[in-house]
Design a protein around this ligand. Sequence first.
Ligand code: TXA
Ligand code: MG
Length: 359
Amino acid sequence: MVNKIETKLLHVDKNVEDNKSCVHIVDAARLIRAGEVVAFPTETVYGLGANALSDEAVGKIYQAKGRPSDNPLIVHIGEMSQLALVARDVSDDAQRLIDAFWPGPLTLILPSTSAVAKLVTAGLPTVGVRMPDHPVALELIRQANVPIAAPSANLSGRPSPTSAEHVRKDLAGKIAAILDGGQTGVGVESTVIDMTVYPALILRPGGVTYEQIKSVLGQVEMDPAFLVDAETSPRSPGMKYAHYAPKGELWLVSGETAAVRRKMEELLLQAKRSGLRTGVLATAESASLWSGKPFVDAVLPCGSSSDLAAVARDLYATLRAFDDLQIQFIVSETFPRTDMGLAVMNRLEKAAAGRILSV
Ligand code: TXA
Ligand code: MG
């Protein structure tokens, strides 16, 4: 049992030009240097940061999140000079991606140096590194003057946090401070790409798209582990480890629009009949179709089907909102796996833990 600690809530204005003088960033950087854990905004989701060079500090991250310690963490750097401290053998291809996308939502897997805390890499010879594109995150790292290891600042298994309020709900009483820099922008996590193999291999789709990476490297592959064939379904529930999940049971329905709507309605009616509170994860286009239906308790719009980046931005907040409304059964249509749609579908599939129907 972890003792409850007081969590400081520190507001920062991310639009303020001169973050150097922000007392709250100074305060948070001091906590990082003292070996404490601080949540901070990035352009993707909120991170839960600690000194990446200290096993003792990083241990507190795993403890606060309840995260299995065999899942390695991403190291965040604030300036290019910090890269050599944590990673070796930066290939020409890796350098090309750095030039094109840093600061930004792209994590490179590179050979690690011995300075990186063992708990960060979970014993692997490699380390994931990125430079976040967020003024508050960058200033925090610079002032802490150490690279910061940070997973997403949610309890393990919950949707990642895109606001300080999400972090507070999951982690208040467990961490030293939360730097509140408002809503994050991209909404889903960084793309993780393994640069220690050739061709480079995307391990997790995210804020930098496959198409963007391909345009820089020419050749890049995707880990088959995250590619689900929409035609082979239903996939057996529980086959995959549930992640990013709302408390309610999420079902995805893919196929031709009219058939999808019919199937969604059938599932909702069934759930309602068995006494569950039901919800639809809708888009701007489909929301009006579902609102007012007696078998739907909550219709939550999440972006637009013509703007996949907007779906990504709203996704985690929408999944969490279903929890706040005590929705027990949720259905969603699927999205094209192009551009940001690849990351959106990956997160939805994990949240649905295999409950995918194609009609
Ligand atoms: O956008 C993001 O990436 C956010 C913000 C806070 O930066 N962070 C984040 O961290 O999503 P986390 O811990 O939730 O996800 C890290 C991912 C995991 O899938 C982990 O397995 C992978 O990166 N990873 C980290 N180091 C790795 C390594 N050495 N080899 C392979 N995968 C690694
Ligand atoms: Mg995470």
